[in-house]
Design a binder for this molecule. Structure first.
Ligand code: GLN
Length: 487
């Protein structure tokens, strides 16, 4: 049974349909594995055993009746703990929501339940999804399954680690500046951020609403594509949701790449790259050439501004989104306060961690009168400039490639004292959020310490089919994705 947990979602689906295993057995095996290894990993904030087994039972009933199964039915999945699942605690890894129980399902959660995907637990994250290493969780750190002394990446570190360690076969994460792709690359799995508006955020705890997107984690590109099919689609509950038909990305995974044009992002291969990461990108270029694609260098001249733009816009938006946590409507309230104002202040002082407070202060400053034009407005204008760089680049090529991160996973604690160094980890990922385009990280080799390296691929808005096609063709040329962390 533990062997089956290591297989892809598609293989697990097949085993269920062929009655080689029951859904209850598969889900129980995943829960057992979590109970054995998660003490070392810290990937889960809580388990949702009852929901998972209930769903698995429904799958088995359908199989017994000979009914057709929905896509991914019976395949164990971990839900990032900033998405609502009725009756489960949704904490965003924050003390302020430690005892908050979801009163309704997020749209993605409902879609998973409709497809009979067993949700095994709520995955750890950086508090309110703010971070790149998952060390900002108010509860516990997540450890990288490839080396327990290293970070898994953030902010969806628990989601990524759980899939890499075969505690779950699939996971959902949210990506505001790289929070799916970065941990996917650090943990040696596939992680994908869809086009802004593809997946409903109803029931996702908002961080920066003009950037947030929910997306899939999996160990193969095909599984990630299938999971996006399940969770995407129009939702009237999210005003940014795109009213477009749900696509079948799996049909075009294997399309020929002959004659396609790929651009290597010049600014992301020139400076500060770890030598092994540089080598992996060079190898990826060779792989694509072998597949018949033409590869050229393409410039995104304003990419260097993306971190600055992001840390104004994301903090401004979070200062507004997090205003609702005031001790009145949700979660934690301070034990002692003499009046209402003191209650607000103490609740927030006691409930938020230091990174969240830093961001609220930065964002409030950027939005305050007198500074609004100089910071917020300028950042909005520069966001357009970065987006135009992408439009220009995609007039020359079908897809862009780069490392997902200039380096592989670092030691726990290595950057916690230096927020700027931590922020710089996202140099390759943030611009896709600013431009609203889809982007994926796929396993692309290992460094000399055996730590995974991720290759990022980006395509124009709404070109997810193309994105999965480029990712799949690359994946199938190598056996990186078949290597699993030994934990
Ligand atoms: N690391 C980035 C940040 O700290 C991105 C986080 C995210 O995508 N949620 O804001």
């Amino acid at each position: 049974m533990q062997e089956l947990l290591k297989k892809s979602a598609m293989e697990q689906s097949k085993a269920l349909k062929n009655k080689e295993v029951s859904a209850v057995e598969l889900t129980s095996a995943a829960l057992d594995r979590i109970k054995t290894v998660d003490e070392k990993l810290g990937a889960f904030n809580s388990l949702t055993e009852e929901t998972a087994l209930d769903t698995a039972k429904k799958v088995d009933e359908k199989i017994a009746k000979g009914e057709e199964l929905p896509l991914l039915a019976g395949v164990p999945l971990a839900l990032k703990d900033n998405m609502n699942l009725i009756g489960s605690r949704t904490t965003a890894s924050s003390k302020i929501l430690e005892n908050f129980v979801s009163p309704y399902n997020a749209t993605v959660t409902q879609k998973l339940l409709d497809n009979l995907v067993p949700i095994v637990g709520k995955a750890n994250l950086d508090e309110f999804a703010m971070g790149s290493s998952n060390e900002n969780s108010a509860f516990k750190k997540v450890h990288n399954p490839w080396d327990l002394n290293k970070v898994p990446g953030g902010s969806s570190g628990g989601s990524a680690a759980s899939v890499a360690a075969c505690e779950a076969t699939l996971a959902l994460g949210s990506d505001t500046g790289g929070s799916i792709r970065l941990p996917a690359s650090f943990c040696g799995i596939v992680g994908m951020k869809p086009t802004y508006g593809k997946v409903s955020r109803y029931g996702l705890i908002a961080f920066a609403s003009s950037l947030d997107q929910i997306g899939p984690f999996a160990r193969t590109v095909e599984d990630a594509a299938a999971l996006l099919e399940v969770i995407s689609g129009y939702d009237s509950h999210d005003s940014t949701s795109l009213n477009l038909p749900v696509e079948n990305y799996r049909l075009t995974l294997n399309n020929d790449l002959k004659g396609k044009k790929i651009g290597v992002v010049k600014e992301l291969i020139s400076e500060g790259l770890a030598p092994d990461v540089e080598k992996a990108v060079k190898n990826a270029v060779e792989t694509y050439k072998k597949l018949g694609a033409e590869v050229i260098e393409v410039s995104l001249p304003n990419l260097k501004h993306s971190i600055g733009i992001y840390y104004i816009l994301a903090t401004a938006e979070c200062s507004s989104n997090l205003a609702r946590f005031d001790g009145v409507k949700y979660g934690y309230r301070t034990a002692e306060a003499k009046n209402l104002l003191e209650m607000y202040c103490k609740t927030r002082a006691e409930g938020f961690g230091s990174e969240v407070k830093r961001r609220i202060m930065l964002g409030t400053y950027a939005l305050s009168s007198g500074y609004y034009d100089a910071y917020y407005k300028k950042a909005q204008q520069m966001r357009r400039v970065v987006t135009n760089d992408f439009i220009n680049a995609f007039s020359q090529v079908d897809a862009l490639i780069s490392p997902t991160c200039p380096n592989t996973a670092f030691e726990l604690g290595a950057k916690t004292e230096d927020p700027l160094a931590m922020y710089l980890t996202d140099i390759a990922t943030i611009s896709a959020n600013l431009a609203g385009i889809p982007a994926i990280s796929v396993p692309a080799g290992f460094d000399s310490d055996g730590m995974p390296i991720g290759l990022q691929i980006m395509t124009p808005q709404l070109c997810e089919a193309k994105l999965f096609n480029f990712a799949y063709k690359f994946e199938q040329e190598h056996d990186y994705y078949q290597k699993l962390a030994d934990i």
